[in-house]
Design a protein around this ligand. Sequence first.
Ligand SMILES: Cc1cc2nc3c(=O)[nH]c(=O)nc-3n(C[C@H](O)[C@H](O)[C@H](O)COP(=O)(O)OP(=O)(O)OC[C@H]3O[C@@H](n4cnc5c(N)ncnc54)[C@H](O)[C@@H]3O)c2cc1C
Length: 469
Amino acid sequence: MRPRPPERTLILGAGPAGLMAGYVLANAGLDVCVVERAPQVGGLSGSHGFEAASGTYRFDFGGHRFITANRELLHLVDELLGEDLLTAERSSVIRFEGRTYRYPLALPDLLRNAPIAMLAGALRDLIRVSLTRPGSAESFAEWIEARFGHTLYRAFFEGYTRKLWGIDPRHLSADWAAQRISLIDLRDVARRLVPGARATPRTYARRYRYPRTGFGLLFERLAERFVEAGGQLVLGTRVEQLELASGRIVSVVGRSPQGECRFDAEHFVSTLPLPELVRLSGGDSKLRFRGLRFFQVLVDRPDVSPYTWQYLSDPELVATRLQEPKRRSPFMSPPGRTSLMFEIPCDPGDELWECSDAQLYSRVCRDLELLGVDSAALTGESFSRRAPCAYPLMDLDYARERARSIAWLNQFSNLSLCGRQGTFRYIFSDTAMEMGLGVARSLIEAPERRPDVLELRNEPTVIEVESVV
Ligand SMILES: Cc1cc2nc3c(=O)[nH]c(=O)nc-3n(C[C@H](O)[C@H](O)[C@H](O)COP(=O)(O)OP(=O)(O)OC[C@H]3O[C@@H](n4cnc5c(N)ncnc54)[C@H](O)[C@@H]3O)c2cc1C
């Protein structure tokens, strides 16, 4: 007899991965429930509003943009959002020592803006980099130095990376750079100057899709479709315990403001942070995440800058990125007003994580002045959102520890892992959705096999795809 899909599936987490898996299973007529800790859907890809006297302001957890290589996914996103899907153009810069550089780095811009000493060092490095093929690098620092040279590493990567991850870049795995520095290296930069030179294989998506009222709108729509298809969505319920028997998960115990609740199922799909799931099932995992505090301030002015992102390389500036949500969609703030968001890397217990909004406010006002923004334009209204598991921390040991955590969880035959935290992968929402899709299709079409999505789109170099229009 052909194996049948699970009678009932419980999905842990209503972010892009969990919702996508739920949507596909529910549309196949299967019994499926998604349980989510937060009062809203979307996870890290959600959005939130701030009601001020001047109107409604909207923010993401760090500005998001939608790009994908997957036509099927793009089609679904188009269909879910219809006219609420806008196309935006990315304009990003790096701020360092009082100067503004284009992001990604471009040689003409460097020649115009960089101090002579930096240029001399970069040109020296270019000759060296051009004469050697990058070998295998273990650490992030080695990877960058082999491609960009020591001078640009020191200027643009070292301080920024240390601030972002809270560890020395020599202790960070080269995997992170290989997967996420999707841009160009010094040779690419130089090649672009030569007329008729062969185009570099790597591309950089300047245009991207963005929902009218914030990235989270996409997942609110997906959740609506999931419920319309018969799926059950339980919000505000934190998964706290797994009940296990004979190498299987029998049920999940959750806690909501109303008390404890139990969810039985035949199959479980987890998008919860991988080390958390290991601990809930009685194991141990040393995998760690880097947290982010998002600090948003309102501005009584139509615009602050033309930039979507400003990467703040100077270590003394508290944030790694400064964003103006209105650059993604004009509907992110009321007419004639704008807002700013500071992405501040820190972990629970750190001073930056724990300090009050009022304390942080004076600190960011000082930073804005250093960046040449008149802080008198700020209205004084501000608020924070915190994400303790924003980035999987890919230190030098992470790959071994990740494999160990996955091997532990593989003992449960009715468990599938997917998503960014769930597989401990530095992926974007499109890949998280593809993982959810992959898990659900596998449960429908080949229920006898464990879905295999853990390494989906794990190419050594991510190619950003111009997926729009
Ligand atoms: C600063 C920043 C910028 C980013 N920019 C982009 C971008 O521009 N474009 C892009 O596509 N992606 C971007 N991403 C990545 C994107 O946010 C993620 O890839 C995506 O949200 C991952 O989806 P997920 O479903 O795997 O995980 P999540 O979105 O994290 O969802 C997991 C869900 O599980 C829930 N959960 C956790 N623990 C429990 C528990 N114990 N019980 C119940 N529920 C629980 C969480 O509340 C959450 O809702 C960015 C991420 C960050 C941090």
